[in-house]
Design a binder for this molecule. Structure first.
Ligand code: 5GP
Ligand code: MG
Ligand code: MG
Length: 183
């Protein structure tokens, strides 16, 4: 797989360090919520954010529920279709809970805007977004993030959960895919 990567952006070690920082910050932010006996739920956006949330959860020193949602906006290619659709909903009721959405990458913002609207309608106690990557793009729908792992260049990236046509998710680092691979 390495030969298909043009450039490594974030190494395994850099990702681990950043995820640990975010986990620590969240632990502090939600400490009082937990003390009040309220429930925190991490919601991962499948499939890209599964690895991120799994690592993030282990860096959080508070009890959290883990749930999953699946959204489609890209199909299997490297270009956005602009169509967002829910493939799988969370398994439990999120009303009255503090929801932290864990996303892999924020690009146009379409996916997260849709998701925020959808989840907000169910009356969570709070709703925040944590994204591992945020692309430096032009037309971004306004999505507020509590934490951003890395501000990444506007290139097609893979690894650490992110795929191209379901490949490269298990790369331990994040890198830019060689354009000839998807062109
Ligand atoms: P948005 O709705 O913000 O445009 O797109 C977000 C989703 O598109 C991400 O959750 C991710 O699944 C996919 N995506 C956007 N940019 C990239 C990229 O550079 N690489 C990969 N593998 N997926 C991307
Ligand atoms: Mg995603
Ligand atoms: Mg994908």
């Amino acid at each position: 797989m390495d030969q298909d990567v043009k450039q490594v952006l974030y190494t395994r070690e850099q990702i681990a360090e950043r995820v640990a920082q975010i986990g620590e910050a969240l632990t502090q932010q939600y400490a009082s919520v937990v003390e009040r006996g309220e429930q925190v739920v991490l919601v991962s956006v499948l499939r890209g954010a599964a690895l991120f949330m799994a690592d993030l959860a282990r860096e959080m020193d508070i009890p959290v529920e883990m749930d999953y949602i699946a959204i489609s906006s890209y199909g299997s290619g490297a270009k956005s279709s602009g169509v967002v659709r829910m493939i799988k909903d969370v398994s439990s009721d999120i009303s009255g809970k503090h929801v932290i959405i864990a996303e892999d990458i924020l690009d146009s913002g379409l996916t997260l805007s849709y998701l925020l609207k959808n989840l907000a309608s169910r009356g969570p106690a709070s709703l925040t977004v944590v994204t591992l990557l945020r692309k430096q793009t032009r037309a971004q729908a306004q999505v507020e993030c509590a934490h951003v792992g890395f501000e990444c260049p506007d290139e097609f990236v893979v690894g650490y959960g992110l795929d191209y046509a379901e490949r490269y998710r298990n790369l331990p680092y994040i890198g830019i895919l060689k354009p000839e691979v998807y062109q």
